[in-house]
Design a protein around this ligand. Structure first.
Ligand code: CDP
Ligand code: CDP
Length: 227
């Protein structure tokens, strides 16, 4: 049986969530939803508008006035903010270094979760983030908690930066990843934590293909049991 499921993928920065989630979605003909892109979009807008990132109500008001859309194009997913393509602008170091501050606020998270839940009204979805299995889709049929050592994660980002022709400092990346993981894990509202019923996948010494096939196997087994 091929009943469509909801797949939640959570974990720390650069564990491989989005790369793997996209491929799993493609193999199963599911929709992929990148929730990190939504927090990054609000962070970009907050920086552009000179908002105080520590002010919860200011950010909540800003978010209410911000339209964020994830659209599928032939060359992949694009992020549109108020009608403008911000796919690249949300990946800068500036946004990356501030996003966990914006994402810690309860009022911001409540609105984001509300919007994300609207996107999962139908099954056949792979969603990645930090609180998907715990808060956004607590009844997801498949929950994955993806981890990897901080050294491996920094190496992966480093390699990615160099391939794109960006300057990159491995030690700096390690520090930034540790800092962001700490902020995400220690915040009061919906911290990064493995859901009780999530399956932990350590990708440290696995290839992308190996991780994808592990998850697809988990999905197929689940479909047999559900169907
Ligand atoms: O891809 P990367 O791991 O660098 O980050 P991301 O998935 O784009 O998420 C960026 C940041 O958004 C995270 O570090 C969290 O602070 C926040 N986030 C969150 O709080 N909850 C989510 N569901 C997704 C992202
Ligand atoms: O979404 P998240 O921040 O968890 O990670 P990502 O952006 O999907 O992956 C970070 C980098 O690690 C990408 O360049 C992937 O190609 C790479 N990667 C890898 O080398 N081996 C894996 N098993 C998974 C991802």
């Amino acid at each position: 049986s091929n009943i469509p499921l909801a797949i939640a993928i959570d974990g720390p920065a650069a564990a491989g969530k989005s790369t793997v989630a996209k491929r799993v979605a493609h193999q199963l003909s599911y929709i992929y939803i990148d929730t990190g892109a939504m927090y990054r979009s609000l962070t970009l807008k907050a920086i552009q508008s000179g908002a105080d990132l520590e002010k919860e109500s200011e950010l909540a008001v800003l978010l209410k006035a911000t339209d964020i859309e994830l659209i599928q194009k032939r060359d992949g997913q694009h992020v549109m903010m108020d009608g403008e393509d911000v796919s690249h602008d949300i990946r800068t170091n500036e946004v990356t270094s501030q996003v966990s501050i914006v994402a810690k606020h309860r009022e911001v998270r409540e609105e984001m979760v509300r919007r994300q839940q609207e996107l999962v009204e139908e099954r056949g979805v792979v969603m990645d983030g930090r609180d998907i299995g715990t808060h956004v889709i607590p009844d997801a049929e498949v929950k994955i908690f993806m981890i990897a050592s901080v050294e491996e994660r920094a190496e992966r980002r480093h390699k990615e930066n160099l391939e794109k022709g960006f300057t990159s400092d491995l030690e700096q990346l390690k520090m930034e990843i540790r800092k962001r993981d700490e902020l995400d894990s220690k915040r009061e509202t919906a911290p990064l934590v493995k859901a009780e019923d999530a399956i932990e996948v350590d990708t440290t010494s696995l290839t992308i293909e190996e991780v994808v096939s592990q998850i697809v196997t988990i999905v197929k087994k689940k479909q047999i049991r559900e169907g």
